[in-house]
Design a protein around this ligand. Structure first.
Ligand code: AMP
Length: 148
């Protein structure tokens, strides 16, 4: 059985295993929704971070945010993809972690969110920490214990 007594999440920095910002697909505030839908479709992700022109974190946009924005009164209105920007439909009230946080903080955020953006002191996004990564940490701990 997995014994987590000595698995100290508060000693592992999120920076160690995050996906670096250069490898993170993102969109910008002023991009039209059409561009965001293209990014989400081509990458296969459900949601990606939204940044301003200086790389500062502004929020997250998901496929369902875009589809919801396309609903008119009677039908889907494709024009809305060109009329609206990412800023109009994104969510900015999402929890983030700081570059000095540990997996303990990330774990709490990842209960309700599939990834957490890692920000530096200037609110620039330096990476993301995903559910997949935290599950890998638990798996590694499990196998390490089994091999003892
Ligand atoms: P995962 O735990 O690997 O399934 O990732 C969880 C979520 O994190 C994905 O559904 C995406 O929304 C986001 N994500 C993971 N990797 C990337 C990436 N390289 N660029 C942008 N978003 C990502």
């Amino acid at each position: 059985m997995l014994d987590l007594t000595n698995f100290d999440l508060s000693s592992i920095p999120v920076k160690r295993d995050m996906i670096e910002a250069e490898k993170v697909a993102h969109v910008q505030l002023q991009n039209p929704l059409e561009h965001a839908l293209l990014v989400l479709t081509k990458t296969g992700y459900n949601a990606v971070p939204v940044l301003d022109l200086n790389g500062r974190f502004c929020g997250i946009i998901s496929k369902s945010d875009i589809v919801e924005a396309m609903f008119g009164i009677e039908q889907i209105e494709v024009d809305k993809l060109y009329e609206n920007t990412v800023e109009d439909v994104m969510h900015s009230d999402v929890p983030t972690v700081s570059e000095h946080d540990t997996l303990e903080k990330a774990l709490h955020v990842l209960i309700d969110h599939s990834f957490a953006c890692v920000l530096n002191q200037d609110d620039e996004m330096i990476g993301i920490y995903t559910r997949r990564e935290i599950l890998k940490q638990f798996r590694n701990e499990f196998y390490e214990q089994q091999s003892k």
